[in-house]
Design a protein around this ligand. Structure first.
Ligand code: F6P
Length: 560
Protein backbone atom coordinates (compact mmCIF):
# COMPACT_ATOMS: atom_id res chain seq x y z
CA UNK A 1 0.00 0.00 0.00
CA UNK A 2 1.24 3.51 -0.80
CA UNK A 3 2.02 5.67 2.21
CA UNK A 4 0.35 9.07 2.05
CA UNK A 5 3.52 10.82 0.86
CA UNK A 6 4.57 8.23 -1.73
CA UNK A 7 3.81 8.80 -5.37
CA UNK A 8 1.36 6.36 -6.91
CA UNK A 9 3.87 5.79 -9.73
CA UNK A 10 6.22 4.17 -7.19
CA UNK A 11 3.74 1.41 -6.35
CA UNK A 12 3.89 -2.14 -7.70
CA UNK A 13 0.35 -1.74 -9.05
CA UNK A 14 1.43 1.21 -11.23
CA UNK A 15 4.56 -0.59 -12.44
CA UNK A 16 2.50 -3.68 -13.20
CA UNK A 17 0.20 -1.61 -15.42
CA UNK A 18 3.22 0.00 -17.12
CA UNK A 19 4.43 -3.48 -18.05
CA UNK A 20 0.95 -4.52 -19.14
CA UNK A 21 0.85 -1.77 -21.79
CA UNK A 22 3.04 -3.99 -23.99
CA UNK A 23 0.41 -6.77 -23.83
CA UNK A 24 -2.33 -4.36 -24.82
CA UNK A 25 -0.29 -2.95 -27.69
CA UNK A 26 -0.44 -6.40 -29.25
CA UNK A 27 -4.25 -6.43 -29.23
CA UNK A 28 -6.78 -4.87 -31.58
CA UNK A 29 -10.31 -3.94 -30.59
CA UNK A 30 -11.49 -5.83 -33.65
CA UNK A 31 -10.39 -9.03 -31.89
CA UNK A 32 -11.21 -7.99 -28.33
CA UNK A 33 -14.80 -7.33 -29.39
CA UNK A 34 -15.27 -10.97 -30.48
CA UNK A 35 -15.04 -12.15 -26.86
CA UNK A 36 -18.64 -11.94 -25.64
CA UNK A 37 -17.69 -12.83 -22.05
CA UNK A 38 -15.20 -9.96 -21.97
CA UNK A 39 -17.79 -7.57 -23.38
CA UNK A 40 -20.45 -8.73 -20.96
CA UNK A 41 -18.13 -8.11 -18.03
CA UNK A 42 -17.65 -4.55 -19.28
CA UNK A 43 -21.32 -3.58 -19.08
CA UNK A 44 -22.64 -1.95 -15.95
CA UNK A 45 -26.23 -1.01 -15.14
CA UNK A 46 -27.49 1.26 -12.43
CA UNK A 47 -30.78 3.10 -11.89
CA UNK A 48 -31.79 2.95 -15.55
CA UNK A 49 -28.33 3.78 -16.93
CA UNK A 50 -26.26 1.41 -19.03
CA UNK A 51 -22.51 1.83 -19.32
CA UNK A 52 -20.63 -0.18 -21.95
CA UNK A 53 -16.85 0.14 -21.81
CA UNK A 54 -16.07 -2.89 -23.96
CA UNK A 55 -14.51 -0.64 -26.59
CA UNK A 56 -11.76 0.48 -24.24
CA UNK A 57 -8.30 -0.84 -25.06
CA UNK A 58 -8.49 -3.10 -22.06
CA UNK A 59 -8.85 -6.76 -21.21
CA UNK A 60 -10.39 -8.31 -18.12
CA UNK A 61 -6.82 -8.47 -16.82
CA UNK A 62 -6.37 -4.72 -17.39
CA UNK A 63 -9.46 -4.00 -15.33
CA UNK A 64 -8.17 -6.23 -12.52
CA UNK A 65 -4.88 -4.39 -12.56
CA UNK A 66 -6.67 -1.04 -12.49
CA UNK A 67 -8.66 -2.21 -9.49
CA UNK A 68 -5.34 -3.09 -7.83
CA UNK A 69 -4.15 0.40 -8.61
CA UNK A 70 -7.28 1.78 -6.94
CA UNK A 71 -6.43 -0.25 -3.85
CA UNK A 72 -2.82 0.97 -3.88
CA UNK A 73 -4.14 4.52 -4.09
CA UNK A 74 -6.47 3.84 -1.14
CA UNK A 75 -9.34 4.96 -3.30
CA UNK A 76 -12.15 3.58 -1.15
CA UNK A 77 -10.68 5.27 1.91
CA UNK A 78 -10.35 8.57 0.05
CA UNK A 79 -13.98 8.40 -1.10
CA UNK A 80 -15.04 7.80 2.52
CA UNK A 81 -12.90 10.70 3.69
CA UNK A 82 -14.70 12.94 1.20
CA UNK A 83 -18.17 11.84 2.37
CA UNK A 84 -17.05 12.14 6.01
CA UNK A 85 -16.25 15.82 5.55
CA UNK A 86 -12.52 15.53 6.20
CA UNK A 87 -10.46 18.45 4.94
CA UNK A 88 -9.29 16.62 1.82
CA UNK A 89 -8.82 19.97 0.04
CA UNK A 90 -5.70 20.38 2.14
CA UNK A 91 -4.21 23.45 0.42
CA UNK A 92 -7.36 25.41 1.23
CA UNK A 93 -8.02 23.48 4.45
CA UNK A 94 -11.58 22.64 3.42
CA UNK A 95 -13.99 19.74 3.26
CA UNK A 96 -15.35 18.74 -0.14
CA UNK A 97 -19.03 18.16 0.36
CA UNK A 98 -20.98 18.94 -2.78
CA UNK A 99 -22.71 15.60 -2.12
CA UNK A 100 -24.40 17.25 0.89
CA UNK A 101 -26.10 19.72 -1.47
CA UNK A 102 -28.34 16.98 -2.83
CA UNK A 103 -28.65 14.73 0.19
CA UNK A 104 -32.14 13.83 1.43
CA UNK A 105 -33.47 15.96 4.29
CA UNK A 106 -32.91 13.24 6.88
CA UNK A 107 -29.31 12.48 5.88
CA UNK A 108 -26.45 13.30 8.21
CA UNK A 109 -23.29 14.68 6.58
CA UNK A 110 -20.84 16.43 8.84
CA UNK A 111 -18.32 19.19 8.23
CA UNK A 112 -16.16 20.02 11.24
CA UNK A 113 -18.39 17.95 13.47
CA UNK A 114 -21.62 19.68 12.43
CA UNK A 115 -24.40 18.14 10.32
CA UNK A 116 -24.66 20.46 7.30
CA UNK A 117 -27.80 18.93 5.76
CA UNK A 118 -30.27 21.10 7.78
CA UNK A 119 -28.43 24.27 6.59
CA UNK A 120 -28.59 23.02 3.02
CA UNK A 121 -32.32 22.47 3.31
CA UNK A 122 -32.87 25.86 4.96
CA UNK A 123 -31.48 27.47 1.84
CA UNK A 124 -33.40 25.11 -0.47
CA UNK A 125 -36.64 25.94 1.36
CA UNK A 126 -35.86 29.65 1.07
CA UNK A 127 -35.26 29.25 -2.67
CA UNK A 128 -38.50 27.35 -3.03
CA UNK A 129 -40.45 30.10 -1.29
CA UNK A 130 -38.72 32.94 -3.14
CA UNK A 131 -39.00 31.34 -6.57
CA UNK A 132 -42.69 30.65 -6.01
CA UNK A 133 -43.23 34.32 -5.11
CA UNK A 134 -41.48 35.48 -8.26
CA UNK A 135 -43.14 32.91 -10.52
CA UNK A 136 -46.62 33.52 -9.14
CA UNK A 137 -46.20 37.29 -9.43
CA UNK A 138 -46.73 37.91 -5.71
CA UNK A 139 -43.25 39.53 -5.70
CA UNK A 140 -43.30 42.34 -8.22
CA UNK A 141 -40.75 44.83 -9.52
CA UNK A 142 -40.44 48.52 -8.63
CA UNK A 143 -43.24 49.52 -10.99
CA UNK A 144 -45.58 46.74 -9.90
CA UNK A 145 -44.94 44.39 -12.82
CA UNK A 146 -44.19 40.67 -12.39
CA UNK A 147 -40.56 39.69 -12.97
CA UNK A 148 -40.71 37.21 -15.84
CA UNK A 149 -37.11 37.39 -17.01
CA UNK A 150 -33.95 36.51 -15.11
CA UNK A 151 -30.34 37.36 -15.89
CA UNK A 152 -27.89 35.27 -13.86
CA UNK A 153 -24.49 36.95 -13.65
CA UNK A 154 -21.56 34.67 -12.85
CA UNK A 155 -18.52 33.06 -14.41
CA UNK A 156 -16.71 29.70 -14.26
CA UNK A 157 -18.44 27.40 -11.82
CA UNK A 158 -20.98 30.12 -11.11
CA UNK A 159 -22.08 29.89 -14.74
CA UNK A 160 -21.14 26.73 -16.63
CA UNK A 161 -23.04 24.20 -14.51
CA UNK A 162 -26.28 26.22 -14.38
CA UNK A 163 -26.03 26.89 -18.13
CA UNK A 164 -25.56 23.17 -18.84
CA UNK A 165 -28.59 22.19 -16.77
CA UNK A 166 -30.71 25.01 -18.18
CA UNK A 167 -29.86 23.99 -21.72
CA UNK A 168 -30.63 20.35 -20.95
CA UNK A 169 -34.04 21.17 -19.43
CA UNK A 170 -35.16 23.70 -22.02
CA UNK A 171 -36.81 21.03 -24.18
CA UNK A 172 -37.86 18.57 -21.47
CA UNK A 173 -41.68 18.59 -21.73
CA UNK A 174 -42.30 19.04 -17.99
CA UNK A 175 -39.67 21.78 -17.62
CA UNK A 176 -40.78 23.46 -20.84
CA UNK A 177 -44.36 23.63 -19.62
CA UNK A 178 -43.35 25.15 -16.29
CA UNK A 179 -41.10 27.76 -17.94
CA UNK A 180 -43.84 29.17 -20.16
CA UNK A 181 -43.61 32.95 -20.53
CA UNK A 182 -40.27 33.13 -18.72
CA UNK A 183 -36.68 33.61 -19.86
CA UNK A 184 -33.39 32.77 -18.18
CA UNK A 185 -30.19 34.29 -19.54
CA UNK A 186 -26.58 34.06 -18.40
CA UNK A 187 -24.09 36.93 -18.34
CA UNK A 188 -20.56 35.62 -17.82
CA UNK A 189 -18.00 37.40 -19.96
CA UNK A 190 -16.78 40.85 -18.98
CA UNK A 191 -16.87 41.68 -22.67
CA UNK A 192 -19.45 44.50 -22.93
CA UNK A 193 -20.79 42.62 -25.93
CA UNK A 194 -22.10 39.98 -23.52
CA UNK A 195 -23.94 42.69 -21.56
CA UNK A 196 -25.48 44.00 -24.79
CA UNK A 197 -26.62 40.51 -25.78
CA UNK A 198 -28.14 39.86 -22.39
CA UNK A 199 -30.15 43.02 -22.02
CA UNK A 200 -31.23 43.03 -25.65
CA UNK A 201 -35.02 42.93 -25.73
CA UNK A 202 -35.39 42.90 -21.94
CA UNK A 203 -37.13 45.54 -19.88
CA UNK A 204 -35.59 46.37 -16.46
CA UNK A 205 -39.16 46.66 -15.11
CA UNK A 206 -39.74 42.93 -15.63
CA UNK A 207 -36.20 41.65 -15.05
CA UNK A 208 -34.65 40.08 -11.97
CA UNK A 209 -30.85 40.00 -11.81
CA UNK A 210 -29.20 37.22 -9.80
CA UNK A 211 -25.55 37.91 -8.98
CA UNK A 212 -23.82 34.56 -8.47
CA UNK A 213 -20.33 34.51 -7.04
CA UNK A 214 -18.85 32.27 -4.38
CA UNK A 215 -16.33 34.92 -3.34
CA UNK A 216 -18.23 38.03 -4.48
CA UNK A 217 -14.85 39.41 -5.56
CA UNK A 218 -14.47 37.99 -9.08
CA UNK A 219 -13.58 40.99 -11.24
CA UNK A 220 -15.72 40.03 -14.24
CA UNK A 221 -18.81 39.23 -12.21
CA UNK A 222 -18.58 42.32 -10.03
CA UNK A 223 -18.18 44.72 -12.95
CA UNK A 224 -21.04 43.03 -14.77
CA UNK A 225 -23.12 43.31 -11.59
CA UNK A 226 -22.34 47.03 -11.32
CA UNK A 227 -23.19 47.43 -15.01
CA UNK A 228 -26.61 45.84 -14.61
CA UNK A 229 -27.19 47.72 -11.36
CA UNK A 230 -26.65 50.87 -13.42
CA UNK A 231 -29.04 49.56 -16.10
CA UNK A 232 -31.72 49.10 -13.43
CA UNK A 233 -31.16 52.34 -11.54
CA UNK A 234 -30.98 54.43 -14.74
CA UNK A 235 -34.44 53.17 -15.66
CA UNK A 236 -36.12 52.76 -12.28
CA UNK A 237 -34.11 54.67 -9.66
CA UNK A 238 -31.72 53.43 -6.97
CA UNK A 239 -34.44 52.08 -4.71
CA UNK A 240 -35.40 49.54 -7.40
CA UNK A 241 -32.24 47.51 -6.71
CA UNK A 242 -33.86 45.88 -3.68
CA UNK A 243 -36.66 44.50 -5.84
CA UNK A 244 -34.62 43.65 -8.93
CA UNK A 245 -31.32 42.26 -7.63
CA UNK A 246 -30.61 39.23 -5.47
CA UNK A 247 -27.41 37.30 -4.82
CA UNK A 248 -25.93 33.86 -4.31
CA UNK A 249 -22.66 33.78 -2.41
CA UNK A 250 -20.62 32.45 0.50
CA UNK A 251 -19.64 36.04 1.29
CA UNK A 252 -22.80 37.67 2.61
CA UNK A 253 -20.87 40.67 4.01
CA UNK A 254 -19.78 41.71 0.53
CA UNK A 255 -23.29 41.06 -0.82
CA UNK A 256 -24.65 43.61 1.66
CA UNK A 257 -21.85 46.06 0.88
CA UNK A 258 -22.81 45.86 -2.78
CA UNK A 259 -26.29 47.07 -1.89
CA UNK A 260 -28.26 43.83 -2.05
CA UNK A 261 -30.62 43.20 0.86
CA UNK A 262 -29.10 40.29 2.89
CA UNK A 263 -32.63 38.85 3.13
CA UNK A 264 -32.44 38.40 -0.62
CA UNK A 265 -29.12 36.59 -0.50
CA UNK A 266 -28.87 32.84 -0.81
CA UNK A 267 -25.94 31.29 0.98
CA UNK A 268 -23.65 28.42 0.31
CA UNK A 269 -20.48 27.26 2.02
CA UNK A 270 -16.73 27.09 1.58
CA UNK A 271 -16.95 23.28 1.40
CA UNK A 272 -18.59 23.67 -2.03
CA UNK A 273 -15.98 24.13 -4.76
CA UNK A 274 -16.97 26.61 -7.48
CA UNK A 275 -17.02 24.00 -10.24
CA UNK A 276 -18.99 21.64 -7.99
CA UNK A 277 -21.57 24.25 -7.03
CA UNK A 278 -24.42 23.78 -9.51
CA UNK A 279 -26.41 21.84 -6.90
CA UNK A 280 -26.13 24.75 -4.44
CA UNK A 281 -28.09 27.99 -4.74
CA UNK A 282 -25.68 28.79 -7.61
CA UNK A 283 -27.73 26.56 -9.90
CA UNK A 284 -30.84 25.85 -7.86
CA UNK A 285 -31.93 29.50 -7.58
CA UNK A 286 -31.83 30.52 -11.26
CA UNK A 287 -33.14 27.14 -12.37
CA UNK A 288 -36.01 27.23 -9.85
CA UNK A 289 -36.95 30.71 -11.00
CA UNK A 290 -37.17 29.38 -14.54
CA UNK A 291 -38.62 25.88 -14.04
CA UNK A 292 -40.03 25.83 -10.52
CA UNK A 293 -38.45 24.15 -7.52
CA UNK A 294 -40.17 20.79 -8.04
CA UNK A 295 -38.37 20.24 -11.37
CA UNK A 296 -35.02 21.24 -9.88
CA UNK A 297 -35.58 18.94 -6.91
CA UNK A 298 -35.73 16.03 -9.36
CA UNK A 299 -32.34 17.08 -10.70
CA UNK A 300 -30.95 16.98 -7.15
CA UNK A 301 -32.49 13.54 -6.59
CA UNK A 302 -30.82 12.17 -9.72
CA UNK A 303 -27.44 13.42 -8.53
CA UNK A 304 -28.09 12.00 -5.06
CA UNK A 305 -28.86 8.57 -6.50
CA UNK A 306 -25.38 8.49 -8.07
CA UNK A 307 -23.82 9.80 -4.85
CA UNK A 308 -25.24 6.83 -2.97
CA UNK A 309 -24.05 4.43 -5.67
CA UNK A 310 -20.58 6.01 -5.61
CA UNK A 311 -20.36 5.89 -1.83
CA UNK A 312 -21.53 2.35 -1.28
CA UNK A 313 -20.94 0.19 -4.38
CA UNK A 314 -17.83 -2.02 -4.47
CA UNK A 315 -15.25 -0.54 -6.81
CA UNK A 316 -15.56 -3.29 -9.43
CA UNK A 317 -19.21 -2.37 -9.99
CA UNK A 318 -18.98 1.33 -9.29
CA UNK A 319 -19.66 3.39 -12.43
CA UNK A 320 -17.74 6.60 -11.55
CA UNK A 321 -14.85 4.50 -10.21
CA UNK A 322 -14.60 2.39 -13.36
CA UNK A 323 -14.83 5.48 -15.56
CA UNK A 324 -12.15 7.25 -13.54
CA UNK A 325 -9.82 4.26 -13.63
CA UNK A 326 -10.23 3.90 -17.39
CA UNK A 327 -9.40 7.58 -17.84
CA UNK A 328 -6.23 7.10 -15.77
CA UNK A 329 -5.39 4.11 -17.96
CA UNK A 330 -5.86 6.15 -21.13
CA UNK A 331 -3.90 9.18 -19.93
CA UNK A 332 -1.09 7.74 -17.84
CA UNK A 333 -0.47 4.39 -19.47
CA UNK A 334 -1.67 4.55 -23.07
CA UNK A 335 -0.56 8.19 -23.33
CA UNK A 336 -3.74 9.67 -24.80
CA UNK A 337 -3.81 13.33 -23.74
CA UNK A 338 -7.41 14.22 -24.64
CA UNK A 339 -10.97 13.02 -24.18
CA UNK A 340 -13.95 13.82 -26.39
CA UNK A 341 -17.36 14.14 -24.77
CA UNK A 342 -19.93 13.43 -27.44
CA UNK A 343 -23.58 13.55 -26.42
CA UNK A 344 -26.01 12.50 -29.11
CA UNK A 345 -28.43 15.08 -27.79
CA UNK A 346 -28.69 18.74 -28.62
CA UNK A 347 -30.03 19.32 -25.13
CA UNK A 348 -26.59 18.33 -23.82
CA UNK A 349 -24.75 20.87 -25.96
CA UNK A 350 -23.37 22.65 -22.88
CA UNK A 351 -22.29 19.46 -21.13
CA UNK A 352 -18.75 19.35 -22.53
CA UNK A 353 -18.03 23.02 -21.69
CA UNK A 354 -19.13 22.35 -18.12
CA UNK A 355 -17.08 19.18 -17.80
CA UNK A 356 -14.10 21.05 -19.23
CA UNK A 357 -14.01 23.14 -16.08
CA UNK A 358 -14.93 20.29 -13.71
CA UNK A 359 -12.17 18.13 -15.14
CA UNK A 360 -9.43 20.50 -16.27
CA UNK A 361 -9.56 22.89 -13.29
CA UNK A 362 -9.63 19.87 -10.96
CA UNK A 363 -7.00 17.61 -12.44
CA UNK A 364 -4.67 19.85 -14.42
CA UNK A 365 -1.99 19.76 -11.71
CA UNK A 366 1.79 19.40 -11.69
CA UNK A 367 2.44 18.29 -8.11
CA UNK A 368 1.06 15.65 -5.76
CA UNK A 369 -1.21 16.60 -2.88
CA UNK A 370 1.96 16.64 -0.75
CA UNK A 371 3.68 19.06 -3.11
CA UNK A 372 5.98 16.58 -4.85
CA UNK A 373 6.59 17.17 -8.56
CA UNK A 374 4.80 14.48 -10.54
CA UNK A 375 6.82 12.28 -12.88
CA UNK A 376 3.65 11.65 -14.94
CA UNK A 377 0.96 13.79 -16.55
CA UNK A 378 -2.41 14.33 -14.88
CA UNK A 379 -5.69 15.54 -16.30
CA UNK A 380 -6.74 15.44 -19.90
CA UNK A 381 -7.84 17.94 -22.51
CA UNK A 382 -11.61 17.66 -22.53
CA UNK A 383 -13.60 18.90 -25.46
CA UNK A 384 -16.79 18.01 -27.21
CA UNK A 385 -19.89 18.85 -29.17
CA UNK A 386 -23.19 17.13 -29.72
CA UNK A 387 -22.15 14.04 -31.66
CA UNK A 388 -23.65 14.54 -35.08
CA UNK A 389 -22.38 18.12 -35.25
CA UNK A 390 -18.96 16.86 -34.23
CA UNK A 391 -19.07 14.23 -36.97
CA UNK A 392 -19.15 17.01 -39.55
CA UNK A 393 -16.40 18.91 -37.80
CA UNK A 394 -13.55 17.17 -35.93
CA UNK A 395 -14.32 13.44 -36.34
CA UNK A 396 -11.91 13.22 -39.29
CA UNK A 397 -9.05 13.64 -36.83
CA UNK A 398 -10.60 11.17 -34.40
CA UNK A 399 -11.03 8.48 -37.08
CA UNK A 400 -7.78 8.81 -39.01
CA UNK A 401 -5.56 11.23 -37.11
CA UNK A 402 -4.82 11.28 -33.40
CA UNK A 403 -6.29 8.75 -31.02
CA UNK A 404 -8.81 10.44 -28.75
CA UNK A 405 -10.77 8.28 -26.30
CA UNK A 406 -14.44 9.17 -26.82
CA UNK A 407 -17.43 9.21 -24.48
CA UNK A 408 -20.58 8.54 -26.48
CA UNK A 409 -23.69 9.59 -24.56
CA UNK A 410 -27.06 8.50 -25.95
CA UNK A 411 -30.65 8.91 -24.83
CA UNK A 412 -33.25 6.17 -25.40
CA UNK A 413 -36.35 8.37 -25.44
CA UNK A 414 -36.19 11.76 -27.11
CA UNK A 415 -37.44 14.85 -25.27
CA UNK A 416 -39.09 15.98 -28.50
CA UNK A 417 -39.87 13.01 -30.76
CA UNK A 418 -40.63 13.63 -34.44
CA UNK A 419 -41.65 11.06 -37.01
CA UNK A 420 -42.37 12.12 -40.55
CA UNK A 421 -44.71 9.89 -42.49
CA UNK A 422 -42.84 8.10 -45.25
CA UNK A 423 -39.42 8.43 -43.61
CA UNK A 424 -37.46 5.23 -42.97
CA UNK A 425 -37.05 5.99 -39.28
CA UNK A 426 -38.04 8.65 -36.79
CA UNK A 427 -35.75 11.67 -36.40
CA UNK A 428 -34.48 10.35 -33.08
CA UNK A 429 -33.72 6.91 -34.57
CA UNK A 430 -31.78 8.70 -37.29
CA UNK A 431 -29.75 10.53 -34.65
CA UNK A 432 -29.20 7.34 -32.65
CA UNK A 433 -28.09 5.38 -35.73
CA UNK A 434 -24.97 7.53 -35.53
CA UNK A 435 -24.59 6.94 -31.80
CA UNK A 436 -24.51 3.17 -32.39
CA UNK A 437 -22.37 3.27 -35.54
CA UNK A 438 -19.54 5.60 -34.61
CA UNK A 439 -18.02 3.53 -31.75
CA UNK A 440 -17.70 0.53 -34.07
CA UNK A 441 -16.20 2.63 -36.86
CA UNK A 442 -13.55 3.76 -34.36
CA UNK A 443 -12.96 0.30 -32.90
CA UNK A 444 -12.93 -1.79 -36.06
CA UNK A 445 -11.71 0.66 -38.69
CA UNK A 446 -11.42 -0.55 -42.25
CA UNK A 447 -8.53 -2.55 -43.66
CA UNK A 448 -6.85 -2.25 -47.08
CA UNK A 449 -8.07 -5.80 -47.80
CA UNK A 450 -11.68 -4.78 -47.24
CA UNK A 451 -11.18 -1.81 -49.56
CA UNK A 452 -9.62 -4.00 -52.25
CA UNK A 453 -12.65 -6.28 -52.11
CA UNK A 454 -14.80 -3.22 -52.73
CA UNK A 455 -12.69 -2.44 -55.81
CA UNK A 456 -11.42 0.84 -54.42
CA UNK A 457 -8.66 2.10 -56.72
CA UNK A 458 -5.16 1.43 -55.42
CA UNK A 459 -4.15 5.09 -55.08
CA UNK A 460 -7.10 5.78 -52.76
CA UNK A 461 -6.63 2.78 -50.50
CA UNK A 462 -4.22 4.50 -48.05
CA UNK A 463 -6.57 7.46 -47.81
CA UNK A 464 -9.63 5.31 -47.21
CA UNK A 465 -8.02 2.97 -44.70
CA UNK A 466 -9.09 3.31 -41.06
CA UNK A 467 -6.63 1.82 -38.58
CA UNK A 468 -9.38 1.30 -35.98
CA UNK A 469 -8.39 0.26 -32.44
CA UNK A 470 -9.57 3.64 -31.18
CA UNK A 471 -11.14 3.46 -27.72
CA UNK A 472 -14.54 4.75 -26.69
CA UNK A 473 -17.24 4.06 -24.17
CA UNK A 474 -20.99 4.34 -24.46
CA UNK A 475 -23.38 5.58 -21.83
CA UNK A 476 -27.07 5.10 -22.52
CA UNK A 477 -29.63 7.07 -20.49
CA UNK A 478 -33.30 6.04 -20.55
CA UNK A 479 -34.45 9.62 -21.14
CA UNK A 480 -33.32 13.16 -20.42
CA UNK A 481 -35.44 14.36 -17.55
CA UNK A 482 -34.19 16.61 -14.76
CA UNK A 483 -33.46 13.41 -12.80
CA UNK A 484 -31.25 11.97 -15.55
CA UNK A 485 -29.42 15.28 -15.95
CA UNK A 486 -28.58 15.08 -12.23
CA UNK A 487 -27.31 11.51 -12.65
CA UNK A 488 -25.09 12.47 -15.57
CA UNK A 489 -23.61 15.42 -13.71
CA UNK A 490 -22.76 13.38 -10.61
CA UNK A 491 -21.19 10.56 -12.64
CA UNK A 492 -18.75 12.99 -14.22
CA UNK A 493 -18.05 14.90 -11.00
CA UNK A 494 -17.15 11.68 -9.21
CA UNK A 495 -15.19 10.29 -12.13
CA UNK A 496 -12.96 13.37 -12.02
CA UNK A 497 -12.51 12.94 -8.26
CA UNK A 498 -11.57 9.28 -8.75
CA UNK A 499 -8.89 10.25 -11.25
CA UNK A 500 -7.47 12.81 -8.82
CA UNK A 501 -7.58 10.34 -5.91
CA UNK A 502 -5.65 7.77 -7.94
CA UNK A 503 -3.10 10.26 -9.24
CA UNK A 504 -2.65 11.48 -5.67
CA UNK A 505 -3.30 15.14 -6.43
CA UNK A 506 -5.63 17.74 -4.92
CA UNK A 507 -8.55 17.91 -7.37
CA UNK A 508 -10.30 20.58 -5.33
CA UNK A 509 -7.99 23.60 -5.42
CA UNK A 510 -7.22 25.84 -8.41
CA UNK A 511 -4.08 27.86 -7.73
CA UNK A 512 -3.34 27.86 -11.45
CA UNK A 513 -5.98 30.49 -12.14
CA UNK A 514 -4.40 33.10 -9.86
CA UNK A 515 -1.25 34.35 -11.62
CA UNK A 516 -3.04 35.66 -14.69
CA UNK A 517 -5.53 37.52 -12.46
CA UNK A 518 -2.67 39.26 -10.61
CA UNK A 519 -0.96 40.33 -13.82
CA UNK A 520 -4.26 41.70 -15.14
CA UNK A 521 -4.40 43.94 -12.04
CA UNK A 522 -1.08 45.57 -13.08
CA UNK A 523 -2.40 46.12 -16.59
CA UNK A 524 -5.67 47.57 -15.30
CA UNK A 525 -3.76 50.12 -13.15
CA UNK A 526 -1.55 51.05 -16.07
CA UNK A 527 -4.50 51.52 -18.44
CA UNK A 528 -6.16 53.79 -15.92
CA UNK A 529 -3.12 55.98 -15.30
CA UNK A 530 -2.16 56.15 -18.99
CA UNK A 531 -5.64 57.20 -20.01
CA UNK A 532 -6.28 59.67 -17.22
CA UNK A 533 -2.79 61.10 -16.63
CA UNK A 534 -0.91 60.13 -19.77
CA UNK A 535 1.55 58.05 -17.70
CA UNK A 536 4.14 56.21 -19.78
CA UNK A 537 4.14 52.43 -19.77
CA UNK A 538 6.34 50.98 -17.08
CA UNK A 539 7.25 47.54 -15.83
CA UNK A 540 6.22 45.51 -18.87
CA UNK A 541 8.42 43.54 -21.23
CA UNK A 542 9.07 44.59 -24.82
CA UNK A 543 6.27 42.48 -26.22
CA UNK A 544 3.55 43.64 -23.82
CA UNK A 545 4.74 47.27 -24.04
CA UNK A 546 4.40 47.19 -27.84
CA UNK A 547 0.94 45.66 -27.71
CA UNK A 548 -0.27 48.02 -24.97
CA UNK A 549 1.12 51.03 -26.82
CA UNK A 550 -0.76 50.03 -29.97
CA UNK A 551 -3.93 49.50 -27.95
CA UNK A 552 -3.71 52.84 -26.15
CA UNK A 553 -2.77 54.83 -29.26
CA UNK A 554 -5.48 53.44 -31.47
CA UNK A 555 -8.43 53.06 -29.10
CA UNK A 556 -10.31 55.78 -27.31
CA UNK A 557 -12.19 54.03 -24.56
CA UNK A 558 -14.33 56.50 -22.62
CA UNK A 559 -13.15 57.29 -19.05
CA UNK A 560 -15.25 58.27 -16.08
O1 F6P B 1 -11.06 31.75 -11.84
C1 F6P B 1 -11.56 30.50 -11.53
C2 F6P B 1 -12.62 30.55 -10.46
O2 F6P B 1 -12.05 30.77 -9.21
C3 F6P B 1 -13.42 29.26 -10.50
O3 F6P B 1 -12.88 28.28 -9.73
C4 F6P B 1 -14.76 29.73 -10.09
O4 F6P B 1 -15.73 28.82 -10.49
C5 F6P B 1 -14.85 31.06 -10.79
O5 F6P B 1 -13.55 31.58 -10.71
C6 F6P B 1 -15.87 32.02 -10.26
O6 F6P B 1 -15.64 32.33 -8.92
P1 F6P B 1 -16.75 33.04 -8.04
O7 F6P B 1 -17.94 32.15 -7.96
O8 F6P B 1 -16.11 33.28 -6.71
O9 F6P B 1 -17.10 34.35 -8.71
Amino acid sequence: MASSTALISDTEAWKDLKGHVEDIKKTHLRDLMTDANRCQSMMMEFDGLLLDYSRQRATVETVDKLLNLAKAAQLTEKISRMFNGEHINSTENRSVLHVALRAPKDAVIKADGKNVVPEVWNVLDKIKEFSEKIRSGSWVGATGKPLKDVIAIGIGGSFLGPLFVHTALQTDPEALESAKGRQLRFLANIDPVDVARNINGLNPETTLVVVVSKTFTTAETMLNARTLREWITAALGASAVAKHMVAVSTNLTLVEKFGIDPNNAFAFWDWVGGRYSVCSAVGVLPLSLQYGFSVVEKFLKGASSIDQHFQSTPIEKNIPVLLGLLSVWNVSFLGYPARAILPYSQALEKFAPHIQQVSMESNGKGVSIDGLPLPFETGEIDFGEPGTNGQHSFYQLIHQGRVIPCDFIGIVKSQQPVYLKGEVVSNHDELMSNFFAQPDALAYGKTPEQLQKENVSENLIPHKTFSGNRPSLSLLLPELTAYNVGQLLAIYEHRVAVQGFVWGINSFDQWGVELGKVLATHVRKQLHSSRTQGTTLEGFNYSTTTLLKRYLETSSEPQM
